[in-house]
Design a protein around this ligand. Structure first.
Ligand code: MEV
Length: 389
């Protein structure tokens, strides 16, 4: 049976979670652990989509449902698919599992559908269909899907067709993943997870275009608190002997609840925006240290960031105990992601020792290199699974 498989890495945040939702700078690093999504045409006669062999339930998988509406709409007679998800990123634990799933699924769907072009594939301005930071006449956030992914007028003329991995675009996958994360997080989501799981390596988000690193694109989102804009940059991983050791508390903590908790704290106490701004300042210092290759200072900024995360109420006793256990053998340690449970991360030159200390304190550990590869198409097909004619 013809199928397509795509994979995307999880991520750890070095600095800036929560503050990044309000437009402040942040840094995330892709980790070795990945999620793989395989798709093929469903063979059952019931016209049901399948997920891991069971009938697909849109309520249980809102990210897949939102992608399906944007890339594989039944209203355009797209045939039902069977999806298999495989991976080593624990869910709801701050490691970007939902963003990695969305990025891999959007790549697999695009490879399976192909893309109509009006001109060159390398200039999204000439795509007859799709989403891109460079296209302003389609709206990835719109409820009116799928027609918004097709262009109207001259630009929408379908002159040339490409399929498989040639049709996949990292920016499109990151953009789609951000849009569906925003839906799942009540309209408040930074592009941190979606961009890191797409591009891999190290991703820096900022409120301005930074000198000396590669700027990729800007992202905008209208949140309940107003419009936000982020500048997304990528940085190659260092040739340095630093590792990430991730400690999982085993407590599930959905991001949407934690983000909502911070939003209502700020609504009731606007003066506490100072703490969010302080996280932004720590991130800015951390970015400088990272670019200078000064990992001792990167670690110190991580630990300082943790104090502010404690102060805004998103840490937990379980996270604190793993962070304390990691401290003596690491350069710095903090929670990663939304907090309230989930994982902490330590930056270390001695991953074995740090991992043992976290395990002794009751955490399950994962060791990762610093900055894994981004999105990959692992199995491809030359013939599309469906063409939107
Ligand atoms: C989640 O990994 C990080 C948060 O900052 C939310 C977001 O950036 O959308 C808590």
């Amino acid at each position: 049976m013809q199928h397509i498989t795509a994979s995307a890495p999880g991520k750890c945040i070095l600095f800036g979670e929560h503050a990044v939702v309000y437009g402040h700078p942040a840094v995330a690093v892709a980790i070795d652990q990945r999620i793989k999504v395989k798709i093929e045409i469903a063979t059952s006669s019931t016209h049901n989509w399948k997920l891991d062999g069971l009938v697909f339930d849109p309520k249980k998988h809102p990210h897949i449902e939102a992608l399906k509406r944007r890339l594989w709409p039944s209203s355009l007679n797209a045939p039902p698919l069977s999806i298999s998800i495989d991976g080593k990123i624990p869910a709801a634990s701050g490691l970007g599992s939902s963003a990695a799933l969305s990025v891999a699924a959007s790549a697999a769907l695009r490879a399976a559908r192909g893309r109509w072009l009006n001109g060159s594939v390398n200039s999204p301005e000439n795509w007859a269909e799709g989403f891109s930071s460079k296209i302003s006449d389609t709206d990835v956030h719109s409820d009116n899907q799928p027609n918004d992914s097709l262009r109207s007028g001259d630009l929408g003329q379908k002159k040339r067709f490409i399929a498989g991995s040639n049709a996949v675009d990292i920016d499109e996958c990151a953009l789609l993943a951000h849009a569906v994360e925003a839906i799942a997080q009540g309209g408040r989501a930074s592009p941190m997870d979606s961009s890191t799981c797409s591009h891999g390596h190290i991703v820096v988000l900022s409120d301005r275009i930074e000198d000396g690193i590669e700027w990729q694109y800007s992202r905008k989102l209208i949140t309940p608190e107003g419009e936000r804009e982020w500048q997304i940059h990528t940085v190659k991983p260092p040739e340095n002997d630093v590792f990430l050791v991730i400690g999982n508390t085993g407590i599930h903590a959905p991001t949407s609840k934690q983000v909502e908790k911070v939003a209502s704290m700020l609504k009731n106490n606007p003066e506490r925006m100072k703490e969010i701004e302080t996280i932004g300042l720590i991130s800015r210092r951390g970015i400088k240290s990272l670019l200078n290759g000064d990992y001792e200072s990167v670690g110190r900024a991580m630990s300082e960031n943790q104090l502010m995360l404690q102060s805004i109420g998103v840490s937990s006793p379980e996270l604190e105990s793993l962070i304390q256990a990691a401290a003596p053998s690491s350069l710095g340690a903090k929670l990663t992601g939304a907090g309230g449970g989930g994982c902490m991360v330590a930056l270390t030159r001695n991953p074995k020792k740090t991992s043992e200390a976290i395990e002794l304190a009751g955490g399950r550990t994962i060791i990762s290199s610093f900055g894994a590869s981004g999105l990959m198409i692992e199995e491809d097909t030359d013939t599309p699974l469906w063409i939107n004619t």
